[in-house]
Design a binder for this molecule. Structure first.
Ligand code: ACO
Length: 355
């Protein structure tokens, strides 16, 4: 059992604590830079410290020519966006200390993601702006215009909500690499590889696809009953750890509601909330007492869709947030001198002889 002061996932009671703060209190109010500082330093910053971190990350946003070439080539070859993140993070030079490496990787990821998407869309990458916060600048680099305050807040709430989540697969990978004494850039490059897998970072796309396929609330019951009868799962519901409602779903549902109330086209949102109500009823019938509830992926999909992000950007945007948590875990892992080395049990044959 690993010990951490970074986040606590209480699956029985549906609670998530990040560095002492309930996610419901932290995510909708803190800036992304405040939450990053919290995870890296164990306390919230004062305003001078927050400004210093914000300026430091902003100064590290531009990619060098080599990195931009990697991104352009990957985008033109129609590689997934997360492959650009994996390649460019791995190509970043290590600065020789964890804090500097953490700043460099976290600052670069939004630029990589936005540049890849722009080139894939046949457009030129947009230079980052240093006067915008991390979340607002990411949207600016994707669109070429600064987002509204409501949009920037919505993205910031999402990033804070998924910034850390216990010892999930990618975080475990980062810690395992850190335990060998390797540098933080290598740890985060490995973590990106783990996040890419569909069983970890890749579920919000399918949740949105299901809602779009249903098309109208009136079709929801027939469509989802057919899925359940075929033994298929309803995407965006259920969780391996949470045995009650995923607390992140509530935070993101409230953020999505605020975003859609700010004037964004809400037709898909209204459809999705109608589909959710029917899904919860059918799942209670399907597995009585199991409490299969809406998970984080359902409202992630709605929130990111409302911000105009295509589904191809959902997993890379998850990496924008989670890179902070990975870096915090690497720094925490440094306090132990032990290499992480799970035991394996040999179940193969023995004593074979060479013919
Ligand atoms: N739709 C229909 N049935 C479901 C669903 C669902 N979404 N989730 C669980 N069940 C069923 C299971 O098939 C299982 O049935 P069984 O007892 O007949 O085998 C029963 O409910 C209990 O399953 P659990 O043990 O609670 O679920 P498990 O831990 O195996 O799976 C998982 C969790 C993978 C998230 C599952 O709920 C699922 O596939 N959900 C849909 C995909 C999804 O939304 N994934 C994103 C999760 S969030 C995240 O990973 C960050």
């Amino acid at each position: 059992m690993a010990e951490t002061v970074l986040s606590d996932v209480d699956g029985e009671n549906g609670r998530l604590t990040v560095a002492g703060y309930p996610i419901e209190a932290l995510a909708p109010t803190a800036t992304f830079e405040q939450t990053a500082f919290l995870l890296w330093n164990g306390r919230l910053p004062d305003s001078a410290e927050e400004i210093a971190l914000r300026q430091r990350l902003a100064s590290l946003r531009p990619l060098n020519a080599l990195s931009l070439d990697l991104v352009r080539n990957a985008a033109r070859a129609k590689a997934p966006v997360i492959d650009s993140v994996r390649m460019v993070v791995a190509a970043l030079p290590t600065q020789g200390n964890d804090a500097s490496d953490a700043h460099a990787v976290v600052a670069a990821i939004p630029t990589i993601v936005a540049a890849h998407q722009r080139v894939a869309d046949g457009e030129e990458a947009i230079e980052p702006r240093s006067d915008l916060g991390h979340a607002a600048n990411f949207l600016y680099m994707l669109r070429g215009t600064a987002p509204s305050a409501a949009e920037a807040r919505a993205l910031e709430t999402y990033l804070n909500t998924v910034i850390d989540h216990g010892l999930n697969a990618s975080t475990f990978v980062a810690r395992a690499i850190a335990s060998t004494g390797s540098d933080l850039v290598s740890c985060l490059a490995g973590a990106v590889g783990a996040l890419k897998g569909p069983l970890h970072g890749g579920a919000p796309g399918p949740a949105l696809d299901m809602v779009i396929e249903i098309g109208q609330v009136e079709n929801a019951e027939t469509h989802m009953r057919a899925l359940l009868t075929r033994g298929e799962r309803l995407m965006g519901f259920g969780h391996r750890v949470y045995r009650t409602r995923d607390p992140r779903a509530d935070v993101l549902a409230a953020a999505a509601e605020r975003l859609y109330a700010s004037g964004v086209d809400r037709s898909l949102y209204d459809l999705a909330t109608g589909v959710e109500a029917v899904a919860l009823r059918l799942l209670e019938e399907h597995k009585p007492g199991r409490s299969l509830r809406t998970n984080v992926e359902f409202y992630t999909a709605l929130l990111l869709h409302g911000l105009g992000l295509p589904t191809a950007l959902f997993t890379p945007t998850f990496a924008v947030a989670r890179s902070v948590g990975w870096a915090a875990h690497v720094m925490e892992q440094r306090q132990s001198a032990r290499v992480i080395r799970p035991q394996s049990r040999y179940v193969g044959p023995r004593g074979l002889s060479i013919p």
